[in-house]
Design a binder for this molecule. Structure first.
Ligand code: HXC
Length: 258
């Protein structure tokens, strides 16, 4: 998979996507987001891939949407292109788990991109922010909605209204990230988590993703019912039989995604 703005490697059933626009701190332009949407579509369809890690550089996961690309656009241009809505929707259609591994800046669209992944592991130098207010705009690919669900109204308002950055300790304390590790260990830690996920039944991991995401989309009663029904449905899989037999026989399960 050859791209201009991404580096994609596949090893041990895990795909590692690196955003690669170092000259602009991985600012998200149409080319990069188009390539990312394409890469995710292909990796989702690739039987050799069971989990995906998305990362940037040690200095920046992504410093936001590309301000140079956007600055002269009109409302009509932004609206008719549904600017970055198409790419964001495409990313959200990925059914395999995606871990965001964030070091350095994750600002604006960069923070939003990380939040669209399934969970975030960050380095101790990470800085999250929604500084669009400094540019006279607002987040545009879900920041006001997702950050509020992650960290609550008060902190989300603070971040969006003042444009201040959140460091790794605050991000972990507030539930934005699942783990913080030293920067040199970020990618190894994320890859190890991805390999662990890759060892599970792929059907079950996709179901987990659907269930947890449902918590954002529906009422508690409907979400719990959805979960119970898919829990029941998994008893139609061979992987359920294998997982439970392996436990009872005190051995490691051999899942076959069936
Ligand atoms: C375009 C960017 C960029 C961006 C950095 N660069 N962020 N280019 N769009 N978002 C470029 C700089 O212009 C510079 O290029 C190079 O990257 C290095 O950046 P510096 O500013 O020199 O680095 P530093 O002093 O270390 O400061 C880092 C920084 C700062 C704090 C991250 O770059 C910054 O504040 N960036 C903008 C962050 C931001 O406002 N993001 C939100 C964007 S709006 P040159 O060529 O000068 O060397 C958004 C809306 C999303 O994301 C909505 C989606 C539709």
């Amino acid at each position: 998979m050859a791209y201009q703005t991404l580096i994609v490697e596949i090893e041990d059933s895990v795909a590692l996507i690196r955003l690669n626009r170092p000259e602009a701190l991985n600012a998200l332009n149409s080319a990069l987001l188009g390539e990312l949407a394409d890469a995710l579509k292909q990796l989702d369809a690739n039987d050799k891939v069971r989990c995906i890690v998305l990362t940037g550089s040690e200095k920046a996961f992504a410093a936001g949407a590309d301000i140079k690309e956007m600055s002269e656009k009109s409302f009509v241009e932004m609206f008719t292109a549904d600017f970055f809505g198409v790419e964001a929707d495409s990313l959200l259609r990925t059914r395999k788990p995606i871990i965001a591994a964030v070091a350095g800046y994750a600002l604006g669209g960069g923070c939003e991109l990380a939040m669209m992944c399934d969970f975030i592991i960050c380095a101790d130098n990470a800085k999250f922010g929604q500084p669009e207010i400094n540019l006279g705009v607002v987040a545009g690919i879900g920041g006001t909605q997702r950050l509020t669900r992650f960290v609550g109204k008060s902190k989300s308002m603070d971040m969006h209204l003042t444009g201040r950055f959140m460091d790794a300790a605050e991000a972990e304390r507030s539930g934005l990230v699942s783990r913080v590790v030293p920067v040199a260990q970020l990618v190894p830690e994320a890859l190890a988590a991805a390999r662990k996920i890759a060892s599970k039944s792929a059907v079950a991991t996709m179901v987990v993703k659907e269930c947890v995401n449902r918590a954002y989309e529906t009422t508690l009663r409907e979400g719990v019912l959805f979960e119970r029904r898919v829990f029941h449905a998994l008893f139609a899989t061979e992987d359920q039989k294998e997982g439970m037999s392996a436990f009872l026989e005190k051995r490691e399960p051999q899942f076959r995604d069936k």
